[in-house]
Design a protein. Structure first.
Length: 267
């Protein structure tokens, strides 16, 4: 975070020293939430905030104290997953359009499909007659849980009742300073989700080795990206520690450097 020094005519009055002393003023955060919502004050001040381009980063570095320490490697970062854009000159008027990230990680429902035969024989009358316990609910709870997912990540443009997918290139062009498709809408609310830097590199690494890694190791890491449970994170780091010794001459240099960073953070 930014800081300023209080010196000269702007010194700080120390109640212990009983005199004006130089000081450093800043704002720090010991921890940050998983979901970070940023509101751009586009309606206060002049009209330049509406007419000029407002940069919208797709990724933000985590600015909590553990990640900003000079002697430590940042362990978290924020990734943009939703944007609300506004078209108009006032908060009470105009039009709002939402864009949400649709990930391709969850390609199918993890629940077991219900067994029709078991459902037919497991009625309440038969359970009462034979004093059978109620069977566990292992089937899918709703049809919405098994809707086919996209094969590749994309963005969803939500304009009232009209929802359509757009590619990453189209979304980045929408946020660029000189978009190919002209639009007067500007970002108003930005939604970021915290991601683990180690986990992201592990995912990239494991996907590179997915033809050689066991299915169980890959399944652990892919599940981690969704659950975010501390026990699963610890387990995935143990799996990564076992495979961090692997190397290949065909691996890209950039990926090798990132793996070395992960290995250093895991040890």
């Amino acid at each position: 975070m930014s800081h300023e020094y209080l010196r000269d005519q702007n010194k700080y009055w120390c109640s212990v020293c009983l005199r004006y002393v130089e000081a450093r003023r800043c704002v720090s955060y010991s921890r940050l939430p998983r979901i970070l919502v940023l509101q751009l004050k586009r309606f206060s001040g002049g009209m330049t905030k509406i007419t000029r381009h407002a940069p919208t980063p797709l990724r933000l570095p985590c600015f909590c104290e553990p990640c900003t320490a000079a002697d430590k490697t940042p362990q978290h970062r924020y990734k943009l997953f939703a944007v609300i854009m506004h078209l108009g000159q006032s908060l009470s008027g105009g039009h709002y359009v939402a864009y949400a990230r649709d990930s391709a990680d969850d390609t199918r429902c993890e629940r077991e499909a219900p067994d029709p035969a078991a459902a037919a024989t497991g009625s309440s009358f038969m359970r009462t007659l034979f004093n059978r316990p109620k069977p566990p609910q292992t089937g899918c709870a709703a049809k919405d849980c098994c809707v086919p997912r996209p094969k590749e990540p994309c963005w969803l443009s939500c304009d009232d009742e009209l929802v359509k997918p757009i590619t990453d290139e189209e979304f980045e062009d929408l946020l660029s300073a000189e978009p190919k498709t002209r639009s007067a809408a500007t970002p108003y609310l930005l939604f970021y989700v915290k991601t683990d830097v180690v986990l992201c590199i592990m995912l990239q690494w494991f996907r590179y080795w997915q033809s050689n890694l066991s299915a169980n190791a890959l399944r652990i890491v892919l599940r981690l990206a969704r659950t975010r449970r501390s026990s699963d994170v610890q387990r995935a780091r143990m799996v990564a520690g076992k495979h961090c010794t692997r190397a290949s001459a065909n691996m890209p240099d950039a990926l090798q450097k990132r793996i070395k960073v992960v290995t250093k953070m895991l040890t």
